[in-house]
Structure formats: C-alpha cells, structure tokens
Design a protein around this ligand. Structure first.
Ligand code: HEC
Length: 166
C-alpha cells in the first residue's frame, strides 16, 4: 500500500467511526425526546406493575426455560418470554413513587435488572448453549430478589424462584 492509499484508508475509517457515533447519539437522543414529547406516564403503580406484568411475564419465562429448547417453537416461546420481560424493564425508568423510586437503591437495581434481562434475551437470540441461558436466567431471578430486598425490605415480597424441577 503506498502512502496516499494508506492516508485515504485511514481517513475512510475515521469518517466511518465519526458518522457511526453521530448516528448512534442521534438515535438515543431522539428516543428520549420522543418519550418526553409523548409525556410518557405510568398507568400502574409499582405494586400492580409487578402483579399484572412483571410476575406473569416471569412465570412464562420460567416455563419456557425449564427444559433445553429443541424445536423451533421452543426457541420461539423462550425468545418471546425473555424479550417481553426485557422490554418491560424499560417501564421501570418512567416511574415515580414515594418510598420506592426515590431511594438510590431503586435506580441501581433498575440498571442491574435492565443489564441482566438484556443479556438473557441476547443469549437466547444468539441460540447460546443451554447452560449459558440457564446462568443468565438465574441472574435475572437474582436481580428480582435483590431489588425486593434492597428497595422494599419491609414489604416481605415472597422469594422469586426458578423452575420447580431445577
Ligand atoms: C427495580 C426493582 C424491582 C425489580 C428489578 C423487580 N421488582 Fe418486583 N417489586 C418491586 C417493588 C418496589 C415491589 C413492591 C411494590 C409494592 O407493593 O408497593 C415489588 C413487588 C413484587 C411482587 C409482589 C406483588 C404483590 O402482588 O404483592 C412480585 C410478585 C414481584 N415484585 C415480582 C417480581 C419479579 C418476578 C421480578 C423479576 C423478573 C421483579 N419483581 C423485579 C421492585 C422490583
């Protein structure tokens, strides 16, 4: 490669990286702006969000993850259950409830739960080994219990458990 080709190649990479960054920053900023513009407000209080959405979604996931997925439909149930729960995690960010979301442990737990639910959904999407998926599921389950213990220690929320046969 002669000198000018090298310079051109480096310039192309730099421009590529720069425009990628600009695009991804824009995409994030837009999502936030849209959310603010839409005036997103929670419909359920945190108690009912847990009872109506999070817990039933977790129960679906528990059923889907109990045995190693084999058929296409097993992968589909698992994918749906894990991605539904991961998407629902986004609803944690728009809540404001005295005695819950005003504790510093709330946002710490929300971020943790967001990270582990996304990791689980991603590992299923990539059709990872069952052991990896199981490990990621357990991390999600632990993040449920961790938030309950840290944020609402007095509520005595029953311990969230994995599939009965494990
Ligand atoms: C970021 C914090 C947080 C995470 C993560 C979290 N929860 Fe909760 N959960 C709460 C809070 C706060 C309450 C108590 C709400 C109340 O009763 O005021 C609760 C209550 C509950 C309840 C009791 C509701 C009832 O009917 O009494 C269940 C069941 C529950 N959560 C399931 C789950 C499951 C399953 C997960 C994980 C997939 C999970 N939660 C993850 C914060 C969290």
């Amino acid at each position: 490669m002669n000198r000018s080709t090298l310079v051109a190649a480096i310039a192309a990479v730099v421009v590529g990286v720069a425009s990628y960054n600009v695009l991804s920053i824009d995409a994030k900023w837009d999502a936030k702006a849209n959310a603010a513009e839409a005036g997103q407000t929670p419909i359920l209080d945190t108690h009912n969000l847990m009872s109506y959405m999070i817990d039933p979604a977790f129960e679906e996931l528990k059923l889907a993850v109990e045995n190693a997925p084999e058929k296409r439909k097993d992968w589909r149930s698992l994918t749906m259950a894990a991605s539904n729960l991961a998407e629902m995690n986004n609803l944690f960010y728009i809540r404001s409830e005295e005695g819950i979301t005003d504790k510093p442990e709330w946002m710490e737990s929300v971020k943790k739960s967001h990270t582990v639910s996304n990791a689980l959904a991603a590992s299923i999407k990539e059709k990872s080994e069952y052991d990896v998926i199981k490990k990621n599921f357990i991390a999600v389950m632990e993040s449920c219990n961790e938030c309950h213990t840290k944020v609402v220690p007095d509520e005595e929320v029953s311990e969230i458990e994995g599939p009965a046969s494990w």
